[in-house]
Structure formats: C-alpha cells, structure tokens
Design a protein around this ligand. Structure first.
Ligand SMILES: [Zn+2]
Length: 989
C-alpha cells in the first residue's frame, strides 16, 4: 500500500527513475515499477522477464559491496531433505563448469566477501557479495550455471546426500554404515537441543513445510531419481526470483540473465502457498528431546504457546505485530520477561519465542526453556494478556522502539545489501510485495499517526483479534535421558532393515562404489574452465583510515556516520586481577548490564538506554600482543547514539560501572547465572570446534589459557557449578556476590582508561572529549596492582609432551581440534603460516575431512594475532581419523602436495577476501585501538602475505609442524575403547 507519493530526493535517484521508465523493455525484461527510497539513499526497480516470467528486484545504491542472488520457491514434498540435498548437489559441478564443487573452488579464485547457498522452509537461494565487477560477473555465471544446469551425477548424490558404505572404504570386511554430508549435518542438528525443539515445533504446527533440511530418519529413504525430478520441477526461471544490489549497472546483469533464460518457456506456477494446521480449537503437541547436561533434572522442559496472527502479506499489520512483540518481550522491563523469567517460571525464552513472519502466516509465540511446570506457565501467559489489556502501555516504551528503528536505519552496515535480501526474500517467495517492505518511513509515520489517534487500542485490537479466547498451539518438549540412545537404536534398526535386503551382489556394488567415490575424490582436476581473478587484482597497499589524537588517551575518527557518534573505552587489567578472580570476570561484565543500582532497577536503566542510545555494552576481552605474543587483558565498554544525545551514554555508563549494586540485586544475579546455564549447551552445539580449538590452544598460549577461564570449557564448568548451588544463600554470597564486589574494586578505576570516538565532525568529537573528562572524574581513583600478571597465567598442562582431551558431551557427532604454536603477527613466519593454512584447507583437508571423512566442515586456520596454527573439524563422524589426517599434514605438504604457483595464488586470494572485505564506518581505524595492530604493521603483513613463496611455505611446515607435538581436543561423546585409553583424558562439563 502506497500512502504517500515518493519523490526522488537526490540526483542519482532521479537518474535511476529516468533510466528505467516503467513499461520499457531491457534485454527481455519489462520494467514494472520503480521506487525511490530516500531514507536509505536507494532506488528499487522491479522487472519481469517476459519470456519466462522470472522476477528481478534491483536495488540501485551507491555502495560498491554488490550483491547477487538467485532463489527458487521449493516446497518440500516430504521430510527427506530433498531441497537441502539439491542445494548441496547443484554445487558439485555444472555443464559449463564440470568440476567438483565449483563454489568451493571459486572461493579461492574470487575476492567475494560472501558466498553461500541456503535452504529456507519453502525456498532455496544462492547469494554472494563482492566489490569487484569482474568478480561479480564471474560468480554470477557460476551461480546461474550451477543452479540451472547442474550435472547432478549419482556420485554427487551419494557424497552429499546419503549412501551405504564400508566404514573403512578399502576394507570389505569392515561394517557397512550410513555416510553422506547432509546426513551427518542433520544428525548434528538433531543433537542440538534448540534446533530439535524448533524443528519439532515447526513439524507440528506447520507439517506442510516438511522439514526442508531433512529428518535423518527419512533422508535415507530418498532416491537419486527423486533428486533429479525435484530439480526439474523447481529450478526453472519461471519459478525463480533474482536480486541485485549495489552500484554495478543493471544493464549488464539483465543481459546475462536473459542469455541464460533464453532456452526456457513460461511455466504456470503450481506453487500453492503452504499453510499451517487449521487451529479450530487449542491443539497440543508433546515430545521428548535431548537432555541438557548443564541443567538440573527438574528443569528439562521447554514449552510454548503460539497464535496464528494473519499473513505477512498485510505488511503494516505484520509490522504492528512485531512492535507489539517487542513491547511484550524485549528486555528486562518487558512484562513477559518479568512474569516468566524473573519469576523463575522459565530460565530463558525458548528459541521459537517472538513474532515470526517468514512463511505464509505470522506466528506470535511465547515460550520458555528450563521450565518445570507447564500448567503454571500457561496460566501465567493467559493472565499476562488479560492484564496487558487492563493496563496502558508506557508511552516511553513505544517511543523507545521507534527510536531504535530510526537509529538502526542510520547505523551504517557493510553488508546492507545482504541484510536487505534476507529481510525481503522469504516474504517475496510467499507473495509479499518487496516494495512494501522497503517503505520504511511511511510505515513508521503511519504507526506514529495511528498511535496518536488510537493510543493503546492499536495494540489491544491486535491482541483481541488474534489472542484473547482464540485457539492456541501448545507445545512442549521434555528432556529425556534415553533420547540419544533411542536415536542410535533407531539408526541401527534402520541400517539393519536396509542391510537385510542386500545380497552378495549388492554388497559388491556398495564396496566398488565406495572405492570409485574415493578414487574420484582423489582425482586431480583440471580447473581451467573456471573463471578467476588474478593475484594482481589485489592491491599492494591496504586501506588505512587516518585518526586524530584528541589527547594522549582519546583517539577520534571523523567519517560520514549519518549523525551518529560511537564511543568505545578500554582499561587494561594486566596486573590488577587476583588469580582466583579471573574466572569471574565474564560474569562481572555481564552483571553490569543486568542488575541495577541502589536506586534504580536495571529495567529503568534499560528503558533509558533504548530511548536515548542505540545500545551500550560491557565486556572483558583478552588479546595477544602483535610483537611479543603476551596477553593484554581489558575491560571494555561502549555505546552509541545520535550526536545530540551522547551525554546519555555517559550517564548510563556511570550508573552501570559505578552504581551497580551487587548485594541489593543478588536475586537478579541468580537469574543471570541460570539463564547462562540454560544457553551453555546450545553454545557448544553451535560452535563445538571453537571450544575444542580454544581448549587445545590453552596448552600453548597464555591468551588462550585466560580465554578458557573467561569463555571456554572452564567457564562453562563454573556456570554449571554456580547454577547448582544457588539455593545455598550463604555459599552464593561468598562464592559469587563477594567476588564480584571485590572485582569491582580492581576493574572500575579512573586510571589507564583509553577512548576511541567515531563521529562526523570535529565539534562533535570535541564535545565528547569534554564529556569523557567529566565522566572519568566520577570514577574511583587509585589503580590496584599486585594481581596475577596476565602473562603468568598458567597454561593447561601437557602430559609427557602429548595432550589428547575428550570433552564429554552428548551429541551425535564430534568436533576435533589440533593446535600448534606459530609466530607473532609481526614475524614474517606468521604470514607464511597463514598461507600454509589456506593451502592445506583448500588443497588437502577439505577433501580428506569433508569429502572423504563425511564431516560437515574441516580445515586449518592460522590465528594471526594469537600466533597459533590450528586444525579443526566440524560435525565430524570420525574425529580420531581427522586427528590422524591432521598429524600427517606436514609430511603430506613436504612429500606429496606438489603445490604450484597457481595454488599459492589461490590460497592468497582466499586470505584477501577477508583482509579486504568492506567494513562499516564505525569500524574504520579501530584495529589499533582494539588489537594494538598499527596501520604500518597491517601494511607490512599485507606485503609479507603477497610475497610468500612456495619455499617459504615448505620452510614453515618443517619449522613449526613437522614432528611437533600438537595439543588435541575433541568435543563430543566418549568413543568406546579409544578416548578412554592411555594418552587421553576426559573432561566432564
Ligand atoms: Zn547443508
């Protein structure tokens, strides 16, 4: 709905309007509509390809970080995950680019800062972003051919989907097991309790969506011909939507698309929108899921209530619903948080909570995890809604939400085009008009006007329309000790059923097929068909962003911030923290933004924060010195607001840092600890490889050892221990409250503070400078010394030169890491090691760990600043085999790799994708402040990377990897007879 006439406000927007007259035809595309969106300095152009009916949305904007995406509506026919397996197999080679995994190969022939493919509930899309025009054209060509002309060979299906194969491919006597990349990926997902809760929720309320990712139980039903069929039916231009964003002229894109679509006719769309279950009356669904090892037995319940609230096609009502969702549930002062979380009914919101509008209907869901009593939860939710209708919403809160939206609009983001794609695409595939989603100012203005005239009625009407006395979907999942065991048994049975049908002949086929697949995986391919940028496309000089020194401790960066000021502060803590208090630093920083002062509850402070600022945060960080490799331990805090409102940032900083009252709000502290405990497990499930890598690194680096206690395995153990003893008031006071009060003495001091200010004018910067001086005076004086010097922080012990640790965790899959020490950021060896890591990942480990080993991911990384060389695997069915592969890597490099100059250049290309990825304005020039890396160091390193030769790579392999003793860590369940043997230690969480 267009309520206001839109006028082009800038010269470039008027040009866009003129360039795309409505009704004109450009390369087979008819211009349907053009709309300027001055608030985002962009113009949107909507076109339709006449021959096929394919729609194109172009967002014309002066931004060099261009985006392309092709997407298809893919209603899943069943739960075999066919859309997801197709997403993977389209990337296994196409007619024009007949090489295995051209996407992956393009990663090191391109300077794209983002390349991916994603399966949504009823759509699949393939986006990338790059600042280089030649690159844009190369990648568009690969993407179009991959999606429209994939080879879809049977072996791609076996590799990416599922297959039966001997556990040891070459040994026909070894067991036959299920393998396949998507199969293992989804097994990994199922063991993530949050994912399982969410997918079972969706399966139950929205069965027609059929789990597009794939249910492992059903994946093994999928047949190869069904995959080919699914591609035929869905990956057709008539069923596609393409999207471009940025400053590359649309003309060349349309020309290319038209060439690609030329052989296709127009298909009638047979895609019904998929709908959820009919909610004629309340419906209830109950399941069992993974037990959370870090929560007590009486807190293993997740439960939610959901109402269906209209359709996203009504964009204004959907927007109102989201505002209502924020009013009800966002932050400590929201009524739902107070009555469900603060009251202890649940430990935290469940993952399906909030307003969801990514499908054909809107859901409003209120749910909690770590609950004990379902009926109490449901009664309370009902009461909340009846009470809400009796009590007016706080005007300030409505205003705060609008302020947040306005500020979010002004805040410059380096990946704005991608964000726009993500926000528009789900609706667009379900017939929501993307132009409506772009009319930000109108929507906001309309809300303001409606709120003026109707007041709270605006929200009450929604609640009455969709919630009060309306049918509700009641959903619960109870943690069960048997869950993993049952999954394993189900898999065993399913495998047996398949095996029982096999005769000797079939078994021979399976054996030969395994060997054949392995042979193909080992084949050295000719990649010359793939387009590529050249190493000379990388400039020898990197970006630098001049900064000003306003005073010895205040640095500023003046840039186009759209009227926003960002302020960051840090205080070095290297010699002030007593050894026994290190592990409590994270909780200390977290409690500052959770507890409140002696006169104010945190919810009041939070309200002011939302009303006047874009956000304020406090954290503890430990970084490594780029020259000496010694750790720097910092307390950091930051905030941002409109230039005119920076005084609020300092007011709130003062309240949080100086006035937080740990004793008075110790009940809030308990809530915080419980909520952290309730999210620990999913943190490990999502990034088990980071935990494994951090733990292994802590054997070699003081920074990583401190990191272990701040946010690694040791921190998880601490939170579990604390959350289990919260009922003992005396112990709680001494074990936690007293410690945080003591920490405050050491951390919050006026000495050694440094600031970095990003704003858009010198007067603004000077105003902040004055505010900083006043603020510093309000802090206590006299720095404390005599704590444990950070550099002396004890490393995790190595036993007899070998360390293998299994961190016992009830997943279906593992995460493995192997870590060795390297060189400092400024040492030339560091650059060589980084190139080596890239070469190993792309030219060796991807094949060994992912393609052959069946892990979802794996490779080597070099942490430049920490000076650590790490191998890792992600959702790995064979972690010990991966560790073996890692340990043989050095001899592979020296004896078998035979890498060429082209391989080397590709490795560098991959590194520079990240080095040269566009950054947001607020991040300009801040590297030195955050990591002590100067522009000169960055430039030197850039040259070292570009100048790295193959013999440099060999030399560092010999010097740092060959015959060295890595620290190994595996996160996941105990592997019988292996990880309990000598040479292994087991850590429990
Ligand atoms: Zn996947």
């Amino acid at each position: 709905m267009l309520r206001f006439q839109r006028f082009a406000s800038t010269y470039s927007q008027r040009q866009v309007l003129r360039r795309y007259p409505v009704g004109a035809t450009i390369h087979g595309y008819e211009v349907q509509r053009v709309m300027p969106v001055p608030e985002f300095k962009l113009s949107a152009v909507h076109l339709v390809h006449s021959q096929t009916g394919s729609e194109h949305l172009h967002i014309d904007r002066e931004d060099s970080n261009n985006v392309f995406s092709i997407g298809f509506k893919t209603n899943p026919p069943d739960c075999t995950g066919v859309p997801h397996i197709l997403e993977h197999t389209t990337l296994c080679g196409s007619y024009k680019y007949p090489v295995r995994d051209p996407f992956f190969k393009m990663l090191n022939r391109s300077l794209a800062n983002f390349m991916n493919a994603m399966t949504g509930p009823d759509y699949t899309f393939y986006p990338f972003s790059t600042t280089n025009k030649a690159d844009f054209e190369n990648l568009m060509s690969v993407y179009l051919d991959a999606t429209l002309n994939p080879l879809l060979k049977p072996e791609d299906f076996y590799q990416e989907g599922w297959r039966l194969e001997h556990s040891q491919v070459e040994d026909p006597e070894s067991d036959i097991v299920f393998k396949g990349v998507v199969y293992n990926e989804m097994k990994g997902q199922v063991s993530n309790a949050n994912y399982y809760f969410w997918i079972k929720f969706q399966d139950s309320i929205y069965p027609s969506l059929n789990n597009s990712g794939g249910d492992p139980k059903k994946i093994t039903d999928l047949q190869y011909h069904e995959l080919v069929d699914f591609h035929q039916r869905n990956y057709h231009p008539s069923n596609s939507k393409t999207f471009t964003y940025g400053n590359i002229p649309l003309d060349s894109t349309l020309k290319r698309l038209n060439e690609q679509f030329i052989g296709y006719g127009k298909r009638k769309s047979s895609k019904r929108p998929l709908l959820p279950i009919e909610l004629g009356k309340d419906v209830e669904a109950n399941f069992h899921g993974q037990v959370d090892p870090m929560l007590p037995p009486d807190r293993q319940l997740k439960t939610s209530m959901t109402w269906i609230c209209g359709s996203p096609r009504d964009t204004y009502e959907t927007f109102l619903l989201k505002v209502l969702g924020s009013l009800l549930m966002d932050g400590h002062s929201s009524v739902v948080y107070q009555r469900l979380i603060e009251s202890g009914i649940g430990l935290d919101f469940s993952v399906n909570s909030g307003v969801e509008s990514n499908t054909s209907v809107n859901f409003l869901t209120i749910g909690v995890q770590g609950a004990s009593d379902v009926s109490k939860f449901r009664r309370t939710v009902d009461e909340i809604f009846t009470d809400v209708l009796k009590k007016p919403f706080d005007r300030q809160k409505v205003e705060a939400i609008l302020q947040q939206l306005e500020l979010g609009k002004k805040d410059h983001k380096s990946n704005f085009g991608l964000q726009l794609l993500y926000s528009l695409l789900p609706g667009w595939t379900n017939e929501v008009d993307p132009f409506e989603g772009l009319q930000f100012d109108e929507t906001l203005q309309r809300l303001r006007e409606d709120y003026e005239t109707k007041g709270d009625r605006l929200f009450y009407d929604l609640i009455n329309k969709y919630v009060i006395d309306k049918p509700c979907f009641k959903y619960s999942m109870q943690g069960s000790e048997d869950f993993s065991k049952n999954l394993e048994e189900e898999e065993k049975k399913r495998l047996q059923a398949k095996l029982s049908h096999l005769d000797e002949n079939d078994k021979e086929v399976i054996y030969r097929r395994g060997l054949l697949l392995q042979e193909k995986q080992n084949l050295k391919e000719d990649l010359t068909c793939l387009p590529s940028l050249k190493i000379s496309d990388i400039s020898r000089n990197g970006d630098s962003f001049p900064v000003d020194k306003l005073s010895p401790v205040i640095t500023s960066r003046i840039t186009d911030t759209n009227g926003i000021t960002y302020i960051r502060a840090k205080r070095k803590l290297n010699d002030s923290i007593p050894a026994e208090l290190y592990p409590y630093l994270t909780l200390f920083a977290d409690s500052l933004t959770s507890l409140g002062t002696s006169t104010e509850d945190y919810s009041e402070i939070e309200d002011a924060m939302k009303l006047h600022t874009g956000g304020i945060s406090t954290h503890i960080d430990v970084t490594t010195d780029p020259v000496t490799l010694r750790p720097h331990l910092y307390f950091k805090f930051d905030g941002w607001s409109l230039n005119s409102k920076t005084d609020h940032i300092f007011d709130i900083w003062k309240k949080l840092l100086v006035d937080t009252d740990f004793r008075k709000h110790s009940d809030k502290l308990k809530i915080l600890v419980r909520s952290l405990a309730s999210s620990n497990t999913s943190a490990v499930a999502e990034s088990g490889h980071s935990f494994a890598r951090g733990y292994a690194g802590a054997h070699y680096s003081a920074t990583k050892a401190i990191g272990e206690s701040l946010n690694g395995i040791e921190q998880l153990q601490l939170i579990t221990r604390l959350s289990n003893t919260l009922d003992d008031e005396q112990a709680f006071q001494t074990n936690l409250v007293d410690k945080l009060i003591e920490l405050k003495e050491h951390v919050i001091r006026s000495e050694n503070l440094e600031f970095f200010v990003t704003t858009d004018s010198h007067p603004s910067a000077e105003q902040v400078q004055t505010q900083i001086s006043k603020f510093v005076e309000t802090l206590p004086r006299g720095a404390t010394h005599g704590g444990l010097e950070a550099a002396q922080y004890p490393l995790l012990p190595m036993r007899a030169g070998i360390s293998n640790t299994l961190i016992d965790f009830p997943f279906q899959v593992h995460y493995a890491a192997s870590v060795l020490p390297g060189a400092s950021y400024t040492h030339v060896d560091g650059a060589h090691l980084q190139v080596l890591a890239s070469l190993l990942t792309f030219k060796h480990l991807h094949r060994e760990v992912r393609e052959k080993g069946g892990a979802y991911g794996g490779g080597a990384t070099y942490s430049a600043l920490d000076g650590l060389f790490s191998f890792y695997s992600y959702r790995d069915p064979h972690p010990l085999q991966s560790l073996e592969t890692f340990s043989k890597s050095a001899s592979y490099v020296l004896n078998n790799a035979r890498w060429t100059k082209a391989d080397l250049d590709e490795a560098k290309m991959t590194i520079f994708q990240q080095v040269d990825a566009p950054i947001s304005r607020k991040s300009e020039g801040i590297t030195n402040f955050y990591s002590n890396v100067t522009d000169a160091m960055r430039q030197a390193r850039r040259e070292q990377l570009l100048d790295t030769s193959l013999s440099d790579v060999q030399n560092v392999t010999e010097k740092y990897l060959l015959n060295k003793h890595p620290a190994n860590a595996v996160v996941g369940p105990i592997i019988d007879g292996k990880t309990t043997e000598a040479g292994w230690q087991v850590e429990q969480l």
